[in-house]
Design a protein around this ligand. Structure first.
Ligand code: ATP
Ligand code: LTN
Length: 337
């Protein structure tokens, strides 16, 4: 990276390679990351260490990690501009996490709503990793001294813990970490399930009809949208509370055409029934996803090149992470040889 990159503010974000990337990931995260990479010194990772806090099949995890990497690039993350890497390729994240584990109270972790939700969801496997998940996330962020962390609103609490840990370390030893700010990026970008439009679209939804995966074919996309759950009304208006299914389709239409909600309402004001609107949304989403899918397949089918990109990303990330970890170890009192 050039000198110029070093002076810019640092951003870091990541996604878990569990399941497959969907249009919610694009709308709530990837779309913003692509824009931010032009302005910031950007690091984007695939957090495979986090993924194993819930049970994963090794072959699926391996595949999903490469799928997510390819999808980041297909959506516009430029590996020449951003550092794109896999978390487990940079062992310093886990090493810093150990130090931070020893500075975090049990109570701080047990207060995390995501821990409470996930341990209820996976009651057969409430492991210690799930409990310390936010400490590993704090390490992901602090090891690069990130200034800003683009995340969904649900991650705010984890960011707050990250800030506390940075301040605690800085105060206990001496200034070491940048105290990061959350950059809540999913305002207006939240995509809901096509089958239960009051729940967010999720890669772990067992009902495949609920989710538009970025690798879905045209016919699949059209079918899913035509079968999307709506209400018995007829008007195309943005009313999230009264008509969440239509509001969600309007969000998808806005995302894929760039039209404002007012423009969408105006252009369908004289249409009766939902069918023509659904048809238009299906066209727009299918047209939008097609080039992403094609780029994805091209990148994914050249695994050697994809791995080379990840290798370069990991090397660059490791160089930076090593410097922070060396300082942390020194301040902690570990002997340097
Ligand atoms: P899931 O429930 O699908 O497992 P998650 O939020 O746990 O989702 P991550 O893979 O960690 O999944 O999410 C990565 C990023 O994508 C986060 O920033 C999250 O806010 C965003 N994201 C995920 N689903 C949606 C959605 N339906 N709408 C908008 N943003 C989303
Ligand atoms: N917990 C986040 C994923 C995540 C992350 C990070 C996001 C892991 N490490 C570091 C930003 C920065 C999630 O569930 N979306």
């Amino acid at each position: 990276m050039s000198e110029q990159h070093e002076q810019r503010k640092v951003i870091l974000s990541g996604m878990q390679p569990s399941g497959q990337p969907h249009i919610g990931h694009f709308s709530g995260a990837l779309k913003n990351w692509v824009q931010l990479q032009h302005e910031f010194d950007s690091l984007f990772c695939i957090v495979d260490l986090h993924a194993i806090t819930v049970r994963q099949e090794p072959a699926k995890l391996r595949k999903a990690t490469l799928d997510f990497a390819a999808m980041y690039i297909a959506c516009g993350i430029d590996p020449e501009k951003s550092t794109l890497f896999v978390q487990s390729h940079v062992p310093q994240h886990a090493e810093l996490a150990w130090v931070l584990n020893c500075m975090t109270g049990m109570g701080e972790c047990s207060r995390m709503t995501q821990f409470k939700d996930k341990s209820a969801q996976h009651s057969e496997n409430v492991n210690v990793g799930l409990f310390t998940y936010p400490i590993l996330m704090a390490s992901d962020i602090l090891i690069y001294n990130a200034d800003l962390v683009p995340v969904g609103a649900d991650q705010k609490q984890h960011l707050e813990l990250t800030r506390n840990l940075a301040e605690r370390f800085n105060h206990h030893y001496s200034p070491t970490f940048t105290v990061p700010e959350p950059y809540i990026s999913d305002v207006g970008g939240k995509i809901m399930s096509l089958q239960e439009p009051t729940k967010k679209m999720s890669k772990s939804d067992p009902n495949e009809k609920a989710t538009i995966f970025l690798r879905d074919g045209d016919a699949e996309i059209r079918n899913k949208i035509k079968r999307a759950v709506t209400d018995s009304g007829t008007r195309i208006v943005m009313d999230e509370a009264g008509s969440p299914g239509i509001a969600n389709l309007m969000t998808l239409y806005h995302l894929t055409t760039g039209m404002s909600f007012a423009e969408i309402e105006a252009s369908f004001a004289s249409t009766s029934g939902y069918a023509p609107f659904k048809e238009a949304v299906a066209d727009a989403v299918a047209t939008f996803v097609a080039p992403i899918r094609e780029r994805f397949l091209e990148i994914r089918n050249n695994e050697e090149e994809l791995k080379n990109i990840l290798k370069r990303g990991a090397e660059h990330a490791r160089d930076r992470a090593r410097k922070t970890l060396r300082k942390v170890y020194k301040k902690t009192g570990f002997v340097e040889l």
